[in-house]
Design a protein around this ligand. Structure first.
Ligand code: FMN
Length: 187
């Protein structure tokens, strides 16, 4: 069965928005990608899922590298612009620069990276998996930069900031949970 865009069930997920930077046949480009996931610690691996018709897809297939820039809470406009047109038609990097956003040159790969992102990760491609309409690209982390800015959250088609940590269960509740878990130890 399908789980379509905008559907009530699809809208239960909470994700980051990765701004994916690339260079290649479509020139320097940036796209918004909510399907950006950290999937391994050792080595550090990042999976992104990019539609087959995106300029970014062709760029990554050619160059075997991409930048992941996790949007900060100050960059929702950047996310909307990066996700609102294709690099096949629009030089989004130039437009974003004119709108006051800044980029720097990646250290280990040949793309630009987003200044002020919550986290910048330079990746080299280690695997690609063709899905129905999209490709999952798995990149190994080769360089990172941490800005200290908070990550933007994406949920229900809207942008959010995380502001409240839920309280932990009380000591009494935790003691009770520990006892119940121990009671169910497999022999
Ligand atoms: C917040 C947001 C999240 C998005 N997430 C994805 C995603 O995970 N995968 C995808 O293929 N497109 C996603 N898109 C759509 C692409 O960013 C859009 O198709 C873009 O035009 C592709 O740019 P390109 O052709 O320059 O690569 C998202 C758009 C927005 C605004």
């Amino acid at each position: 069965m399908d789980l379509p865009w905008g559907d009530e069930r699809t809208r239960k997920f909470v994700t980051n928005v990765g701004l994916i930077t690339s260079d290649g046949p479509n020139g320097p480009d940036i796209m918004a990608c909510e399907w950006t996931h950290h999937i391994s610690y050792t080595p550090g691996l990042i999976a992104i899922v990019v539609k087959k018709t995106a300029a970014t897809n062709a760029n990554i297939k050619k160059t075997k590298e991409f930048g992941v820039n996790l949007t900060s809470t100050e960059q929702m406009v950047m996310s909307s612009i990066a996700g609102g047109s294709t690099g096949k038609d629009i030089d989004k990097i130039a437009a974003l620069k004119e709108l006051g956003f800044s980029f720097y040159n990646a250290k280990k790969i040949k793309t630009v990276m987003v200044e002020g992102a919550a986290l910048n990760i330079e990746c080299t491609l280690v695997n690609e998996i063709e899905l129905h309409t999209h490709t999952m690209f798995i990149g190994e982390v080769v360089e990172t930069h941490l800005s200290g800015k908070a990550s933007l959250a994406f949920h229900g088609g809207k942008y959010w900031k995380l502001s409240e940590q839920l309280p932990k269960p009380s000591d009494k509740e935790r003691d009770h949970m520990t006892k119940v878990i121990e009671k169910h130890t497999k022999k």
